[in-house]
Design a protein around this ligand. Sequence first.
Ligand code: FAD
Length: 521
Amino acid sequence: MSAKNPDRVVIVGGGTAGWMTASYLKAAFGDRLSVTLVESGKIGTIGVGEATFSDIRHFFEFLDLKEEDWMPACNATYKLAVRFEDWRGPGHHFYHPFEQLRSAGGFPLTDWWLRNGPSERFDKDCFVMASLCDNGRSPRRLDGSLLDQDFAEGAGEPAGLTMSEHQGKTQFPYAYHFEAALLAEYLAGYSIDRGVRRIVDEVRHVRLDERGWIDHVVTKEHGQIHGDLFVDCTGFRGVLLNQALDVPFVSYQDTLPNDSAVALQVPLDTEKAGFRPCTTATAQKAGWIWTIPLIGRIGTGYVYAKDYCEPEEAERTLREFAGPRAAEVEANHIRMRIGRSEQSWKNNCVAVGLSSGFVEPLESTGIFLIHHAIEQLVKHFPAADWHPRLRERYNSAVANVMDGVREFLVVHYKGAARDDTRYWKDTKTRAMPDALAERIERWQVQLPDSENVFPYYHGLPPYSYMCVLLGTGGIPLRPSPALNISDETAARKEFAAIRDKAKFLVDTLPSQYEYLAELRA
Ligand code: FAD
């Protein structure tokens, strides 16, 4: 390893993680970095129709890409919330929206709702997004403006903040659904235009130097490829980090048992059928089914635990759920590696994407984790001395974000009132990550806030926990006792304001279909 600045980056893997990394590094460092990406033409990528977090907008902004540039190319639609169906019991649903929770009289509105909410639906009473989802509205008006002044589009925000720096300052009102494979292709074009070298070939060997650092990779047809920093984006295979550098994988399976998925891409006439601007997660006997609306099709899949359900049964359940439109569609069975690599950065190799880690897609965190990792890589990019503290900081940021997301997902299962099958019964007695049991006990007395949720940045604000606990309904909660002797006038006003605003927005916003048709025209 020469004592020069590491300015040659070799990325192995051309899925969403590979091309997001390549494009972001180019946008960050321009020609001061040479970037080569090697991707196999034979080993496929994961691309099931993905949903995202609202923070993804910072990624596109960083690349200076506008919605009209990339959305049509990726069959993208808007996502205002996740809609959970049947988690409490058959026929029940609730939304986890992209919308900050309001407060009244110094208490979160959810406390007031628990004490004396206007209706049975906390999501409709406390957030406007639930009504917009029910009514298929677009978050933008036909002139392109955002739905409401309250949701300031970056107004007053300092430019160039990373998503962790943004958290808590604003809550952007929507995220996207898109085809990850199309996004990867779109970003490949962006990256190649900016000088990234693309090699379509398979990495057969990874050669280490005497210190155990990667010296070069050997491809089937293009010989050796040398670099300074190697980014492992090879998906669940972890060809560089796990296989060549022997970094162990820490499984989350004891707390999150879903390890399999079967996916279908169901054709849909979007204009005729219309579609909700949200991801839907419908609880099933041994897991849950996602429904992700895209332009021209629905991405759907059953995430399940193999200990509770055979793949054939999962496919049968999914086909029944999707109906006759899916009859001719081929099913894609996927085995998921749930957990994270012990370290995501070892020596001169950083894993980004599924090779670094993955939790099941219940809250659409896969691409968020990629985005977070890339931001951290830029922030901790090494110099000639490869200072170990930078790697340590990177590794703890990545481990924390994944552990935090894991904990948030476990709350969904612990909290679900549903207990009609062995799978759902076991969710109540399964092991929990350290400290979660204690946190749940606290939330039963004081609803989640910034001081009593997972303490490190993991992308989920306290109100998200509140939505899941209030929605899934299996953990008894109570409002702050102080409300018994507080004046509720301000809370009543706030509930009324939300109801009026929701009605106004439903009446005046175009449907999501109308807006996207205009954008694509
Ligand atoms: P992959 O897509 O697997 O790409 C791996 C790349 O490595 C490919 O290009 C392959 O050719 C290449 N490769 C492998 N070995 C070699 C080799 N030896 N030589 C050269 N190249 C090689 N995320 C979300 O944000 N929202 C969602 O709703 C969501 N849903 C998901 C549902 C399921 C069932 C699964 C499994 C994942 C989901 N994800 C979701 C995660 C998301 O799809 C992935 O994080 C994302 O696509 C990135 O994948 P990747 O690039 O890490 O890996």
